[in-house]
Every structure is written in C-alpha cells, then in structure tokens.
Design a protein around this ligand. Structure first.
Ligand SMILES: Cc1cc2nc3c(=O)[nH]c(=O)nc-3n(C[C@H](O)[C@H](O)[C@H](O)COP(=O)(O)OP(=O)(O)OC[C@H]3O[C@@H](n4cnc5c(N)ncnc54)[C@H](O)[C@@H]3O)c2cc1C
Length: 493
C-alpha cells in the first residue's frame, strides 16, 4: 500500500452492526469529502447475521412472514428508525398492534395477565394490581415497600436479582422481572448486570427515591404532554419483515462487499511511520494490517472494525492484542432457538388476545416464551391463519438446544396444548437454532468492555451486540459511533 492509495477500513462481520458500520463509514467519508475505501467481509452466504426473515407462500393472497431472529426493535431507542429513514424505507414501518397489547405470565401453569398499570416492573395502578392473581398478598405488600426503601446512590454494579430483591422483593423477581427483564436478554437474573442492561432503573431509583414513584412521575408527565397522534408503538418492525433493514442497507453500500469470505487471521504488515507527501488524510504512526482470508488471499488495510461475536474477535486478536483477547473471552454466550408454527385460525379456540406468554424459570417448563406473532403484528399471516413463535434454549432451558428437531416439535406441541389448549396439527413449522448467539452481560460487563477498548491496538475497533447493547437499535448506534471514531482517528484535517 503506497501513500497514494486511499486509506482503507475493513469491517469484519455482515450482521446489522457490520452493515451499519459500513454505511456510516460511507456516509462520514462523503460528508467529510475524503477519499477512503472500505471492505466489508462476511463469512456466511447471506447478509444480516441474526436478522433473518423467511417468507412462506401458498396459503392465500398474502404470505406468512416468519422471523428467525429479531421480530422488531424498541422504538424508544431512535437509531434503527433513524437508519431506516436514511435508507428511505420508513414507509415500510410496521408498528405493533397496541390495541391488542396484553402480556401474559405463566403462573401455576396458567397464562395470567400482567396487571394493568404495571409499567416494566413497578405497579402504577392500585386496583388492578391488588386484584391480580399473579402476586400473593405478602408479595404485593413487599413490592409496596419500594416506596420507603432508601435508594442506592453509588454507581457500583449489581445483578438484576439483587436489584429487584432489594427494591421489590423475591416474588416480583420470580414472577415479573425474571421472565420479562432477564427474558429479553436470555440471561440469568443472578448474573445479569444491572448497569449494562437496565441502567435506567438505577437512575430512576436515584432520582425519585423509589421505582413506583418514578413510574408514577413518568405516567404523569406523559399524561400532561400534548396529545401525539403519531406516537410510535413500543416496538416497530417492517411490513416485509426485519430483513428489509439489512437488505436495504446492503443495497445502498457502494464499497467492496465480500460474501462467503471468512477472516482467518490478522497481523501487522507494516508501519506507516512518515508521510512525505502531506495530504488531507495522513496519519504518521499507524500500523498497516494484513487480513488473511479463507479464499487464500490477503487484504492490507489501515483500520479494522470487528463486528463479530466476542469469541471470534478474541481468536482474531489472540496474537495482536492478547490482553484484549483474554477479556473478550470472558464475555459468555448462550445458545437460543425459535420454532414458528402456522395454523388455520379456526382450528385454534384460544382467543390469542395479546402478544403472548412469558414463562418464569420457576414454572420449570421446556420452553421460555410464546409470541402470538399474528396478533402482535399485521402482515405476519394470511387472512384466516395464525402464526405463533416459541422460544427455547438460553440460560433457562439450555438442554433443549440438544433435542433433535423430530423430538423438539412434539415437546413444543405438548407445551402449547398445556398452556393454550392448542391440539391442532400445525400446517407447517420452522425451527431456527442460533448456536452461541446471545452475549451475556454478566455483572461487571461495562468494566470488561472498557478494559477491552483500552487494550485494543491503534486502528482496531470492536462494535456490535457483545458490548454496549444487544438490541438492533443499540447495534446501529454502536456501529455509527465506531464509524465516526475510526474516521476521526484516521483522518487528520
Ligand atoms: C432469536 C433471537 C431473537 C432476537 N430478538 C430481538 C428483537 O426482537 N429485537 C432486538 O432488537 N434484538 C433481538 N435480538 C438480538 C439482535 O438480533 C442481535 O443482537 C443483533 O442482530 C446482533 O447483530 P450483530 O451485527 O452484533 O451480530 P451478528 O448478527 O451475529 O453478526 C455477526 C456476523 O459476523 C459474521 N462473522 C463471524 N465471524 C466471522 C469471520 N471470521 N469473518 C467474517 N465474518 C464473520 C457472522 O457470520 C455474522 O453474520 C434477537 C436475537 C436472537 C438470536
């Protein structure tokens, strides 16, 4: 690589984080008017990583739209929606059917509604909470003590279990927080870092002295806010499915995008010690890296963004940055899977009157949750049909990952019969298994991430779900921040 060739940034991993990093490098280079090239390398035969939508036709005018990974993104975090607007696909936004929003929690084997007014975890309406069968009278009293318990004012981390036990008691943990809040992360509440997963609750505690007081204040300020007819739903998807986002991203990328190529090794090829021909882009002391690719070729590059799982980043950095690699290896992963089942609507007696059922660990079932996909969203099943999605594996039912498909399906059907009375034979099903898919933000996670970032060699960056948020919007934000950071380090104006 001579000084006359433009600087190159290589992004490894073509999931939402890698695709977004490429997009924001492209955007940033255009904005700054600098000549920077980028290469995006993805080992599999498709773009999108865990974002994967399958369409099944043949049952009427519209197809079934099945999500293998995420089915939506949290609207409150603006970065995924912002990206969709930049890509020109905002007209494809699909909000959840909030008129039918109701979450059920399995309680003694029966789906029991989460009481009206329970916001995230804390009650804000007295009557439905008092009347609910979900929590015992003692459990309700204990939750009420949150009002009086002094807040923890320091910033030290704790587990989700410790936080909920401290503020709301064991029953609130077992019946609400564990299935809802640990469920999102497929995490173990006894290990899950509060500061890395729900820092907002800690802020609320500090600011208002109690979670119930904080939720009531939030409710009041929402009520006082001017009415907003366009208020977004809590979760958003795209009409053709979540893959709309990654497909649109790939389409708009103008760089060198290589599919079916695995990065096998990284090394330092050279150092750019001096730049005799000053130019708008120059950097006097940067290493030039060399990537060894699975097709036998090599690729020189000035900066590398690792948008791969932490254990892959650890392997690639083992020689270049052993300390970073060691800490990257400490980020645990669990495996998860989903089973989507299609039915004729009239063969299911259950009203499907909500978004689905979450299942506390204490219920000891063989599945973790059920989403009533065709109630949660329009456009997911043809007229007269229903689509359900079942989650398994993770930290709650890890043994299910080893159950072969032919044995898994009857288990799922038994569970559906027991919880929802469904005995109909599904029209078809789809099983997706994601091995080592879910990074675990164990207590102390943010310190580990800071240590990793501090021990990376110059010109190497990590981004995506293993670090500062697993949700699609968090991955987009991290990718954007990383792209801006890489550009600012490479480009001296
Ligand atoms: C079942 C499931 C449901 C989920 N539901 C939701 C949800 O509803 N909402 C939400 O916001 N989030 C959800 N998530 C989380 C979210 O989908 C992920 O956190 C996010 O998609 C991860 O994106 P990423 O780019 O960080 O990683 P990935 O999607 O894992 O992408 C990493 C890419 O790197 C590639 N790669 C790995 N090694 C190499 C190598 N050596 N060379 C080249 N390429 C390599 C991989 O093939 C992969 O494509 C869900 C996750 C799962 C598994």
């Amino acid at each position: 690589m001579t000084n006359s060739t433009p600087l190159n940034i290589t992004i490894i991993g073509g999931g939402i984080a890698g695709l977004s990093a490429a997009w924001y490098v492209q955007q940033e280079a255009a904005r700054q008017g600098v000549d920077i090239t980028y290469t995006l390398v993805e080992q599999s035969d498709r773009w999108g990583g865990k974002i994967l939508t399958e369409t099944v036709d043949g049952f009427g005018a519209r197809p079934f739209i099945i999500e293998a990974g995420p089915d939506s993104f949290l609207s409150q975090k603006p970065w995924a929606a912002q990206l969709a607007r930049e890509l020109g696909i905002a007209d494809q936004f699909l909000p959840t059917n909030d008129g039918r929003r109701q979450t059920f929690i399995l309680h003694n084997g029966r789906p029991t509604p989460l009481p009206d007014g329970v916001m995230l975890i804390a009650p804000t309406k007295i009557k439905p909470f008092v009347q609910s069968r979900l929590i015992s009278p003692w459990g309700k009293l204990r939750m009420g003590l949150d009002w009086f318990i002094p807040p923890k004012m320091d910033d030290s981390d704790e587990t989700l279990a410790q936080f909920i036990q401290r503020r709301l008691g064991q029953e609130a943990l077992d019946k609400i927080a564990e299935p809802l809040l640990s469920g999102i992360y497929n995490a173990d509440a006894e290990l899950q870092s509060m500061m890395a997963t729900f820092p907002r609750f800690r802020d609320m505690e500090k600011e208002h002295g109690s979670l119930i007081k904080a939720m009531l204040a939030a409710k009041k300020s929402r009520a006082q806010a001017p009415p907003n007819g366009n208020a977004p739903s809590m979760f958003t998807s795209f009409k053709p499915g979540m893959e709309e986002l990654t497909l649109a991203l790939r389409e708009r990328l103008t760089g060198d995008c290589r599919l079916g190529i695995k990065v096998e090794r990284l090394e330092i090829r050279d150092w750019r010690l001096t730049d005799p021909t000053p130019s708008p882009i120059s950097n006097l002391q940067s290493p030039i890296y060399q990537l060894h690719l699975s097709d036998g070729s090599t690729l020189p590059t000035n900066a590398i963004i690792l948008a791969v799982p932490a254990f892959v980043a650890a392997k690639l950095l083992a020689e270049l940055a052993p300390q970073a690699a060691e800490t990257l290896r400490q980020i645990r992963y669990v495996s998860t899977g989903t089973v989507s089942l299609a039915y004729k609507r009239d063969e299911i007696a259950h009203p499907l009157n909500g978004f689905g059922i979450v299942i506390p660990r204490s219920e000891r079932r063989r599945i973790n949750a059920i989403t009533w996909s065709s109630t949660k969203f329009d456009h997911r099943a043809p007229e007269g049909y229903a689509l359900l999605r079942i989650f398994f594996g993770g930290s709650r039912t890890p043994q299910m990952m080893d159950v072969p498909d032919e044995a898994l399906l009857p288990i799922v059907q038994e569970e559906l019969a027991a919880m929802m009375g469904i005995t109909a034979v599904p029209l078809f099903h789809r099983i997706y298994r994601w091995q080592n898919s879910n990074p675990q933000y164990d207590v102390g996670h943010l310190d580990r991430v800071a240590a990793i970032e501090a021990s990376l060699p110059p010109g190497i960056f990590v981004t995506g779900s293993p670090y500062r948020g697993v949700g699609v919007p968090d991955c987009v934000k991290q990718a954007k921040d990383t792209a801006v950071n890489v550009m600012s380090k490479l480009v001296i104006e």
